[in-house]
Design a protein around this ligand. Structure first.
Ligand SMILES: Nc1ncnc2c1ncn2[C@@H]1O[C@H](COP(=O)(O)OP(=O)(O)OP(=O)(O)O)[C@@H](O)[C@H]1O
Ligand SMILES: [Mg+2]
Length: 293
């Protein structure tokens, strides 16, 4: 009799990744895995090194130490080769071609999957026109998927902020990735947009694309993620299921400097403040007593 064991298949494996900027170590010896079919959250206070880590994964930065592998092959630290291998990303600060239409932005995202290439797409040569016809159907499919098909001819810069973020996701998906990295996908979104983005991320995962996301919206991250890793001062502090991470008091402590909305840390911070105020009152009383002696 054979027993079925479900071994996770790693899609992304970062080994001992360190990134130094002069004297500052922004990412320190981070081991990190994303498995097929997973949504993984990466959280941590401002300046923890989350975006820097993404930049190391996607070849934007050459890590000072360590390696990044995709589906078992070590990636060369070159953004276009990383995209070609199958990793797509969005940026914390939206990077769209603002004077191009919604559809054109998605078509540009396809350049790694068409032989015409980026310049042909930007210069709109005859090669691009032909590839455009072939790609347009797929691009429109993606626009329908993210709910922006009706705005195909709008200039990207005229879209509201939340829709620009979604368009970036469509552009990333246009490279047909096996892993999608999202850097703060709901930043600047209203609650309604955040909810539809949550559904969108589940739908992306259901298409067989693994997702790694950086977020400060804790409800969003904990609802979505199979696993969450916490980065603090460049180091991975805790990693586990949302339940494990939420219950870890080191995580709360790491955030106490800047409690976030709805976070248990907020209540704790209030408790600590109250306790400190009480302690102050006591010490004032006792020192007054002391002085009176
Ligand atoms: N190119 C760079 N040169 C020098 N220092 C950098 C560079 N990029 C990032 N840093 C520094 O590395 C540290 C980590 O920054 P990073 O942007 O990765 O943080 P983050 O976790 O993404 O924060 P946030 O949640 O605010 O986006 C910060 O101290 C930052 O100033
Ligand atoms: Mg960041």
């Amino acid at each position: 009799m054979t027993t079925m064991t479900t071994q996770p298949t790693p899609v992304l494996e970062a080994r001992d990744v360190t990134m130094r900027f002069g004297g500052l170590t922004a990412v320190r010896s981070v081991d990190f895995t994303v498995n097929a079919g997973e949504i993984v959250g990466l959280i941590g206070p401002n300046g923890a090194g989350k975006t820097t880590f993404f930049n190391c994964l996607t070849g934007l930065y050459v890590p000072t130490e360590g390696t990044v592998s995709y589906k078992g092959t070590v990636l060369p630290p070159k953004p276009h080769l990383v995209t070609q291998a199958g990793i797509a990303r969005t940026f914390q600060n939206i990077r769209l071609f603002s004077n191009m239409t919604v559809l054109e932005n998605v078509l540009v995202g396809r350049h790694t999957r068409t032989k015409e290439g980026l310049w042909s797409a930007l210069l709109r040569g005859p090669g691009f026109k032909k590839a455009e016809r072939a790609s347009e159907e797929r691009a429109m499919e993606l626009l329908e998927f993210i709910g922006l098909a009706h705005k195909r001819d709008h200039l990207a810069r005229n879209l509201p902020y939340g829709e620009q973020r979604k368009l970036e996701i469509a552009r990333a998906l246009a490279s047909e990735p096996g892993l999608l990295l999202l850097d703060e996908p709901t930043a600047g979104m209203n609650p309604q947009e955040t909810r539809t983005t949550e559904e969108l991320v589940f739908a992306i995962r259901d298409k067989g694309i693994a997702v790694l996301l950086i977020e400060h919206d804790m409800r969003f991250v904990f609802n979505l993620s199979d696993r969450v890793a916490v980065l603090v001062q460049g180091e991975k502090l805790v990693e586990g299921t949302p339940e494990i991470v939420q219950a870890d008091e080191r995580v709360v402590a790491a955030y106490l400097g800047e409690p976030f909305e709805g976070d248990p840390g907020e209540a704790e911070a209030a408790e600590v403040e109250a306790a400190e105020a009480a302690a102050d009152a006591t010490s004032t009383t006792s020192s007054t007593k002391g002085e009176a002696k």
